[in-house]
Write a protein that binds this ligand. Structure first.
Ligand code: 13P
Ligand code: SF4
Length: 380
């Protein structure tokens, strides 16, 4: 189908077309009953020219159009493995689309359907703050032995800083391998921006103690740490957290165990240390999915991660009892920004030859960030 044919189809079948939804840059109203058909038609018209990636925390209405789903590690690899796709539509958040832009060829264009889909954790570390932290390490005489490990959930600028300073990116799937690698390169790890993933991995997987970890607060002079504390520490954790996973508590775990005595508690490593300690199992979203898939029928699970994923798991496994760990914790509001109207707008605009909301990382930043991402992809 040609672009104009698709637009005509959209016009004919869309009762709201008089209000201007035919313009490819316009957002269709959520009430449009033809959104699914429009997304299907636009995707079919684009064929192999478009590759749609969907993070596990995306809404069902969006996930149904994803060519692949995954956690941030899998999606980064999947994006890099599709050189023939002209357009990568990333249904996820901004830092993921940036990583996709860095890992894909210059000829490929990465689109984030809603530019407001950011990440509060990634926003907790900005480039200037990280440069200042490094200056603090230089002052303390420790910088030469510090290796940076940056969680995927960070801006491209922070990944670039990490690349320039000989460090690596990690995700929740490979944080243990990344930390082991980093301790082979130096004496201390500067882990940012998620203090919880850093602490949980260092203590529970590498066997470091809580006393080996200090928290660097970018809003305090010197990070709020003394030179002695910095010199004694093995892990310097950035004071950042996920606003979704950070809300689960050890009390939630105790309450669910009261309610469902044979429950297995399965949480993401972005949860607080006490929550992970109280849980039975901890792992990335891919790990959570595989664990539930492999669980025997009749088993009971309380899952501490984003709600869209937990609900999908419960729907996909009616033979198992799957509940959300805490009923007042809700969706990741920024992940949820990507909805069907935004996806339809992105796809129809592409059919019309317009790229709306392209994510382009500055070439120098991209080159340095790529160093850190390539180190991650090369981890054993
Ligand atoms: P993973 O996709 O690496 O499990 O990370 C979870 C997350 O919070 C993504 O924003
Ligand atoms: Fe960021 Fe947490 Fe949302 Fe992931 S779930 S995008 S880390 S705020």
């Amino acid at each position: 189908m040609t672009s104009s044919a698709l637009l005509l189809l959209g016009r004919g079948s869309d009762p709201t077309s008089e209000r201007g939804v035919d313009c490819p840059g316009d957002l269709p109203p959520a009430s449009d009953p033809n959104l699914v058909a429009r997304a299907q038609a636009a995707k079919a018209a684009l064929g192999d020219r478009v590759f749609v990636l969907g993070h596990h925390y995306q809404r069902d209405e969006v996930i149904q159009f994803a060519d692949v789903t995954g956690d941030s590690f899998k999606l980064a690899k999947d994006a890099a493995a599709r050189p023939e796709a002209e357009y990568i539509v990333f249904c996820g958040v901004h830092f993921m689309a940036e990583s996709a832009d860095i890992l894909t060829a210059a000829s490929q264009q990465v689109i984030l359907p809603d530019l407001a889909a950011g990440c509060s954790m990634a926003d907790m570390a900005n480039h200037q703050q990280v440069i200042e932290a490094w200056d603090v390490f230089v002052e303390a005489g420790i910088a030469d032995g510090v290796v940076s490990v940056t969680y995927m959930n960070s801006t491209a600028a922070i990944k670039a800083f990490t690349g320039e300073h000989g460090g690596t990116v990690c995700t929740s799937s490979n944080a243990e391998r990344a930390l082991n690698w980093a301790f082979e390169q130096g004496e201390k790890v500067f882990f940012l921006p998620d203090q919880h993933l850093g602490r949980n991995t260092a203590v529970l997987q590498l066997g470091l103690s809580l006393d080996d970890c200090v928290v660097y607060n970018p809003h305090k002079p010197g990070g709020g740490l003394t030179t002695e504390q910095l010199r004694a520490a093995k892990m310097i954790l950035w004071r950042g957290h996920c606003s979704v996973h950070g809300r689960f508590t050890a009390e939630n775990v105790a309450a669910i165990r009261e309610q469902i005595p044979d429950v297995n508690v399965l949480v993401h490593p972005e949860c607080q240390h006490e929550v992970v300690l109280a849980a039975d199992l901890v792992g990335s979203t891919e790990y959570i999915i595989k664990t539930i898939e492999a669980a025997p029928a009749g088993s009971a699970w309380a899952v501490g991660t984003e709600l869209n994923l937990v609900r999908r798991l419960a729907d996909a496994h009616p033979d198992k009892r799957i509940v959300f760990l805490e009923k007042t914790v809700c969706y990741c509001s920024t992940m949820n920004r990507i909805d069907l109207p935004h996806l339809v707008r992105s796809l129809e605009a592409l059919v019309a030859g317009q790229v709306v909301n392209q994510i382009v990382v500055d070439p120098t930043v991209a080159a340095n960030a790529r160093l850190a991402l390539d180190r991650m992809l090369a981890l054993p």
